[in-house]
Design a protein around this ligand. Structure first.
Ligand code: URA
Ligand code: SF4
Length: 182
């Protein structure tokens, strides 16, 4: 674990700790306010993110930005990262060994950001951060406190593209998050 961003960022530059390094264009480390109150954790980079080196810049990210705008959240005020930092082939779910290999970077990011709230975007984030016993359908929308951090599991933004109801619930969950900090 590193106690500063420079060393952490240096340590990941040529990472080959898992097989996902083979197909990546860019490592998608994370972006935003390094002292944010709210941190968002997704699954892993897609094609657009791999190309640009930034999380949530594709279709799912646009939906997230819309929700942010409606709720008065500024993208640059929060911190956004993923479970794995290199793109899984064909956007498949990260495999166990890949998530395990990459998670220490994310843990270190959480330690440095010290967020009050972590929004877990979808099943992959939920299961890797809070445990395999959790399911997103049951856990979403309910606060879980662990080691002084409040977790809000919600839908992955990509799921909203297919389901209007989930969009409403996603907004409701983010509204909870915004209200919590008031
Ligand atoms: N989906 C994710 O989980 N993360 C991204 O950065 C983009 C899409
Ligand atoms: Fe390293 Fe994470 Fe990329 Fe795997 S996904 S190569 S652990 S940075």
């Amino acid at each position: 674990m590193y106690d500063n961003w420079e060393e952490l960022e240096q340590s990941i530059i040529n990472c080959k700790k898992c097989k996902l390094y083979q197909n990546r264009t860019n490592i998608v480390f994370g972006t935003g306010n390094k002292n944010a109150d709210i941190m968002f954790i997704g699954e892993g980079p897609g094609a657009d993110e791999d190309k640009e080196g930034e999380p949530f810049v594709g279709k799912a990210g646009k939906l997230m930005n819309e929700a942010f705008k409606g709720l008065g959240i500024k993208r640059e005020e929060v911190y956004i990262a993923n479970i794995v930092k290199c793109r899984p082939p064909s956007n498949r779910v990260p495999e166990e060994d890949e998530a395990v290999a990459c998670l220490n970077y994310l843990r270190n990011q959480v330690i440095l950001v010290k967020p009050k709230i972590i929004v877990l975007l979808g099943s992959t984030a939920l299961k890797n951060i809070l445990g395999k016993e959790y399911g997103i359908t049951n856990a979403r929308g309910k606060w879980i406190e662990k080691k002084g951090i409040m977790y809000m599991p919600t839908w992955h933004p990509a799921a909203l593209l297919r389901d209007e109801n989930k969009k409403i619930e996603f907004w409701k969950d983010l509204k909870e998050v915004v209200n919590k900090l008031k």
